[in-house]
Each structure stands twice: as C-alpha cells, then as structure tokens.
Write a protein that binds this ligand. Structure first.
Ligand code: LLP
Length: 424
C-alpha cells in the first residue's frame, strides 16, 4: 500500500530517515506560490516588488530560495536581519520592519546599507533621523500608517486598526509629515500599511489602497515625493479542505485597475506597488510529521491520539484556536468502516490539543501523522517548552531532500545554561 506523498516524496520514508517530529518544507511549492503572485503582477505591466515576510519562516536556506526566486525580504528584528546577511542576501532587497526597533538594530541596518526601513512611529522617525545624521547616511524610509481598516480575520492577528500598537494613526499622518525638511537625513520614499493576516476578501485591501492614495495626495501637497506604496501581506490560505484560497490574480488585477483610476482622479503619479506576503508563500509548502504514541479512549467521550510533538513546534492551536487537517501518512487510503473521530494531542504537560475532532483511519502506536499546511508561523514560533528539542527542518526540491535546520540536541538545550559560582 502506498504512503502519503508530499511534493513527490514518500512522507513515511522521510520520517524514517530524519526521525520525528519533523518539519518538511517543499521548495517546489514555495516557488509555485511565489510565481502565482509574480505572474499576477507581470500581467499588469506595473512596477512592483514582492517582499517575502520572513517572520513566517526564515533560515539561511530560505533566504537563498527567496533570492533565487527574485523576491525581496521583509525582516523584523536584528536576528532576521542577521540571518539574511549571513546568507548573503542582496542588502538592497531587504526591508526592515518592527514597532520598537532597538538602536543597535537601526545601526546594524545602516551599517549594512539595507534597501529600506519602515518607520513605525513619529518617535522612530526622530531616532532614525538622528542616527542617520550621526552615521552620515541617508536611508530610504517608508512610513507605516495604521489606516483604520478592519479585515475579517482572527482578532489576535489584526494589525491595521486605529487601536493598534502598529503604525502612525491615519489622523496624525498629516501633522507627522508636515514638513519635508524635518527629517532631512531620511529619504522618505513612500507609505506602508498592513491590515491583518489570513484575509480571504480583496475588498478591505482595496479600501486600504484608496485611503492610502488619498493620504499620499495630501502629503504630496505638503511637499513630499512619495513614489512607493506597500499594502502589506495577509493573503489567506485554506487550512482545511473546504476553505477557499485567496484569489491573488483577481486581487492584483482589481488593485491595479483601482489604483490607476484613483491616482488619475487624485492627479498623483501611479506609485510602485509592494506586497509583503508570508503565509501565502510558505504556509502550504510545509507539513509536520509526528509519530503516534499513546492512544487513550474514554468510553462515550473521546479518543485521544498523542503525538511526539505539540505546542512546542506548533503553538498556533493554543494561541489562536487555529484549525489544521491531518492524515495518517502510512494509511492515506482506507475504508470508511475504519474511520473514526479522534482528537490529536501534543506531548506537553498541559492540554495542548493540536486538532480537535478529525476523521482518521484507526491508528496505532508507531503510525506517522502528517499535519498539513504548517509551513508558516510554526518553526518560526516554536519554543523549547518542557525542554523539548526543536525538530529538524528538511527541504524537498524535485527528488532531493536535505536538512536545512538540524534537530536540536539535549546538549543544545543546556548549552547556554550557566551554574552560579556559589555551587562550585
Ligand atoms: N507585513 C507585516 C507588517 C506584518 O505584520 C505581517 C504579519 C506580514 C506582512 C505577513 O502577513 P502574512 O502574509 O503572513 O499573513 N503569528 C500569526 C500571524 C501574525 C502575523 C503578523 N504580521 C499566526 O500564526 O497566524
């Protein structure tokens, strides 16, 4: 009987070769998803840039993939920036985000001459300007606006509301950018907004674009030359079988038509358009393989199937009630008679349910479970809770498979521990 195949690879063989829990990532699927966005833009003939949002998943190998695909990279911390620099990612294609950048991170960005920095607040514009003067540099800066658009998504991941820690509130923008000479060490090239994550409808993006263009008009009147508009990421992916996908081609087409019309009406130049997707590119490109261990049936109540990972490698169900689908990798096809409704539990010392109520064939210890669509915000949000070592990440490309992150060892877990001298 055949096993579950992911991106041309037998997942049971991968589990045997690399052990479990294991993150599996497909370069081919990353490429396919990136090309969907790229070809949607290519059809419109406009000037555009796709910034992959590294927070979704970033390692040095991922930087190489993003570079090969001709995308740019959005980083949000010194750690992500360091990862990109270590991978020799072209610095002019790096955009540095973050709502509370450290002075040392700003210096690091200037020293490495990265492409652009997104200023998140009036305070930060001041700091960026001061450090630029001191270091005698003139960085490209975009200003993040909180445009007050509510996207329909899980509340915890909405970032575009007025009541948000992110960005300059729309109402304050005209006073913050009232005088082009105020931040004379910064090259203020455009505006940014990000209205949320896991969004399926293009409408809130179009509303945000309209708001941002009107703001660009006002700031142009204040004497600014704003040539770029970044509308953020947030394109939704189907985590379950019956969810639709965000129609990227339709969105880009409608967006470009809308911006053409609106910019003509406002009599401003058509700006370069940037987007910043993370999940859409890498989410469906990843799965997590676990080995099934303890199975506990509480009569007339529930059957718990435990796996050898959990909230340490995937905190999203615990944090956001995120839903996932799974298959038993060594039993991908089965008779309906063998099917049962079960709950998948992690191995942490709390109720770390990964999936509540999923239909699976009858399982036994030693079976391999594949949880689907775990490419985004799983590895990047993983922790060592319960001192569980983080799983390895294996990358698939064509018929090849190679480790891009080694499995943590117990020695890694204690490597930064220090025992105080009074125990000598
Ligand atoms: N740009 C900015 C400024 C962002 O804040 C984000 C995500 C993105 C781009 C990429 O969004 P995406 O295309 O991946 O939806 N940990 C949460 C998601 C937090 C998203 C935060 N910002 C989760 O696991 O669902």
């Amino acid at each position: 009987m055949s096993n579950f195949i992911f991106s041309n690879h037998d997942t049971v063989e991968l589990a045997k070769k690399y052990s479990t829990p294991l993150y599996v990532l497909s370069e081919d699927i990353i490429e396919e998803n990136s090309m969907k966005i790229k070809s949607a833009f290519e059809k419109t003939m406009i000037d555009y840039e796709i910034n992959y949002a590294g927070k979704a998943f970033l390692t040095t190998a991922m930087c190489k993939i993003i570079q090969r695909l001709g995308l740019s990279l959005d980083v949000v911390s010194g750690g992500e920036l360091y990862t990109a620099i270590t991978a020799n990612f072209p610095v002019n294609r790096i955009c540095f985000h973050g709502s509370n950048k450290a002075i040392s991170e700003i210096r690091m960005a200037y020293e490495n001459k990265i492409g652009k920095i997104v200023a998140d607040s009036e305070y930060e514009l001041g700091i960026l300007n001061e450090i630029a003067e001191e270091m005698d540099v003139r960085p490209n800066v975009m200003v993040r606006v909180s445009p007050g658009i509510e996207a329909h998504t899980h509340e915890y991941v909405q970032t575009g509301r007025i009541d948000s820690k992110f960005g300059v509130p729309l109402k304050l923008m005209e006073s913050v950018l009232s005088d082009p000479n105020k931040y004379k060490n910064l090259n203020i090239i455009g505006l940014h907004c990000h209205i949320g994550s896991q969004i399926f409808d293009e409408k809130p993006f179009l509303i945000a674009a309209g708001t941002m263009l009107e703001l660009m008009k006002k700031l142009t009147n204040n004497g600014f030359e704003l040539k770029q508009l970044n509308l953020g990421g947030g394109f939704g992916i189907p985590y379950l079988n019956d969810e639709g996908a965000f129609d990227i081609e339709n969105y880009i087409k409608k967006l470009v038509e809308f911006i053409k019309e609106k910019s003509t009406q406002l009599d401003i130049e058509f700006p370069k358009i940037l987007v910043e997707p993370g999940r859409f590119i890498v989410g469906p490109a990843g799965i997590t393989l676990y080995e099934i261990g303890t199975i506990k049936e509480i009569p007339h109540t529930r059957k718990y199937i435990s796996v050898d990972g959990g909230m340490g490698d995937n905190p999203r169900p615990a944090l956001y009630n995120a839903l996932y689908h799974a298959v038993v990798a060594n039993k991908p096809k089965y008779n309906d008679d063998d099917e049962e409704l079960v709950t998948i539990s992690g191995r942490c010392c709390e109720t770390d349910t990964l999936i509540t109520d999923v239909l699976l064939p009858k399982c036994e210890a030693g079976d391999i479970l594949a949880v689907l669509n775990t490419g985004a915000y799983n590895y990047s949000m993983a922790s060592n809770y319960n001192r569980l070592p983080k799983p390895a990440v294996v990358l698939l490309k064509g018929n090849e498979d190679q480790l891009i992150v080694e499995r943590e060892t117990y020695a890694d877990l204690v490597s930064k521990d220090r025992i105080p001298s009074w125990y000598d």
